[in-house]
Design a binder for this molecule. Structure first.
Ligand SMILES: [Zn+2]
Ligand SMILES: [Zn+2]
Length: 359
């Protein structure tokens, strides 16, 4: 075999899903990622998934994503390489990759907000190449990877990258779901359904799921929603009032990211209620303070931190969370462009969440 002594070895190619600008993605060839820092790991992807946020990127609504970026922040794989300072992860470990990259040392990491890490945050598939590829480089691997027990399948584990911690941290925990709470979740997409699953850890009295898509509402009913309401009916707020003895709900969780769904949440709230925003918004919404100033309400916003991932993994392993029930469609990783088209037309194809398997 010939060796080239004048240059470093040519980079081994891999396949990856590359953002080529608004409405344009391609499964194409890229150099396989290599370690850059001693705290990095390189992971060979065995399963990945597509997030609603990826659809926002594809529509050009996340301006920080550069043309040429490998997309994806949800994935499971096997550790191929580790840097010299990685101590908690070994080559060959099966891992789930967290959406959040965290140095663990900066002021925000130490406050429990690694989503705002000064040297991290949501980087994979955003400002760094992501998981919808054959290989991915994961910075601060000790913080960004969780080793998977052998009895947790890729199918369940992939929801731990983003959907389950987002629903739990930004929806359930920020919304202060309590035993006996009445909860409305607006949006029955993957994160809305993950919120539904994790809300039930607290034994709420009622969880009402509201969406436009009857197929997703049926999925919600099977996953434990006590009521499902199609928001195409123009009296949804009245129906929720009727279901709650006229009071409204203790917790309204916005899991869509549109002005109309944010407005609906404000109409559903009981006095003293919590409105927890989970949705990714790209347009201004109106906060009806002229009506809500005296409502003793609490509004929260949050980025997922992934600080609950280890706890959620323990619950998935013990079958206390049926994460795998969120996956409706399976594709081979090289079919990812078709998977995006299918997920983007979720109602037509009856999709809740897609899983991509590496061949
Ligand atoms: Zn996500
Ligand atoms: Zn940090």
């Amino acid at each position: 075999m010939l060796e080239n002594h004048n240059h470093s070895a040519p980079l081994t190619p891999m396949h990856a899903l590359v953002y080529e600008g608004p409405h344009r993605i391609a499964w194409t060839t890229r150099p396989r990622p290599q370690l850059r820092a001693p705290t990095d790991a390189v992971v060979r992807i065995t399963a990945a998934s597509i997030c609603g946020t990826d659809l926002h990127i594809l529509r050009g609504e996340v301006p920080g994503v550069a043309v040429g970026r490998v997309l994806g922040h949800e994935g499971v794989g096997v550790v191929e390489e580790i840097g010299a300072q990685v101590t908690g992860i070994r080559v060959g470990d099966r891992v789930v990759i967290s959406v959040i990259t965290a140095c663990g040392r900066c002021s925000f990491c130490r406050q429990g907000m690694p989503s705002h890490c000064r040297d991290g945050g949501w980087q994979l598939g955003n400002t760094l190449d992501g998981t919808q590829a054959e290989f991915v480089r994961v910075p601060f691997a000790d913080n960004g990877l969780h080793v998977l027990p052998a009895d947790v399948t890729d199918l369940s584990a992939v929801l731990l990258s983003c959907a389950l911690p987002t629903g739990y941290e930004c929806g359930v925990r920020c919304g202060h779901v309590q035993p006996g709470s009445t909860v409305a979740i607006v949006g029955a997409g993957p994160v809305g359904l993950a919120t539904l699953l994790t809300a039930q850890l607290f034994s709420p009295a009622d969880v009402i799921l509201i969406d436009l898509d009857d197929n997703r509402l049926e999925a919600a009913r099977l996953l434990g929603a006590t009521q499902i309401l199609n928001s195409s009916a123009n009296n949804v707020a009245e129906q929720v009032r009727a279901l709650t003895g006229g009071a409204g709900v203790d917790v309204a969780i916005e899991a869509v990211g549109l002005p109309a769904t944010f407005a609906l949440c404000q109409d559903l709230l009981a006095a003293g209620g919590h409105l927890a925003n989970v949705g990714v918004h790209s347009a201004a919404v109106s906060l009806q303070l002229e009506r809500l100033w005296s409502a003793n309400m609490t509004l929260t916003t949050r980025l997922v931190d992934g600080t609950s991932t280890a706890m959620l993994l323990a619950l998935v392993q013990r079958r206390r969370l049926r994460a795998d029930a969120l996956i409706s469609h399976h594709f081979a990783l090289p079919e990812i462009v078709v998977a995006y088209e299918t997920f983007a037309a979720a109602a037509r194809h009856r999709v809740t969440k897609v899983l991509l398997h590496a061949p």
